[in-house]
Design a protein around this ligand. Structure first.
Ligand SMILES: [Zn+2]
Length: 134
């Protein structure tokens, strides 16, 4: 009995916190207006010319986008005015996916806990009152 009460009240406490977490996760999804499925990284490479400064360690830096679009993986180097937007959209995408992931995890946890709670709360039906029931 003690175990049942202890466990079920722990489950209730956990469940009560989940709506706020779901709402926060959903906010991360709802605030995005445009996404770019990809990530941006800074590449530092050597061009191969022996006389170039990159041969002495000062490598060429470029922003590179690795993106998934139209079923294909593409890579482009970013430069100029478009780069900021791409960086922002790729960041939006990460935030969107993070919100989605946290929302899914929260829902799954809530369902699991609700099922567990049901298991703790369910009682056996009363014994039959009379044996004369047809
Ligand atoms: Zn070079």
């Amino acid at each position: 009995m003690i175990k049942k009460e202890e466990r079920s009240s722990r489950i209730r406490r956990r469940l009560r916190r989940i709506p706020a977490e779901l709402s926060e996760a959903l906010a991360g999804v709802l605030k995005q207006r445009a996404l770019l499925r990809g990530y941006v990284y800074r590449s530092r490479r050597r061009c191969g010319k022996p006389s170039c400064h990159c041969a002495k360690g000062e490598r060429h830096e470029a922003l590179v986008l690795a993106a998934h679009f139209g079923g294909k993986q593409t890579t482009r180097s970013l430069s100029g005015s478009g780069a900021d937007k791409v960086v922002r959209l790729a960041k939006n995408y990460r935030a969107f996916r993070e919100g989605q992931r946290r929302f899914r995890r929260g829902v799954q946890e809530a369902l699991r806990l609700i099922g567990e709670l049901e298991g703790w709360l369910v009682e056996a039906p009363p014994p039959s009152a009379s044996r004369s029931r047809r």
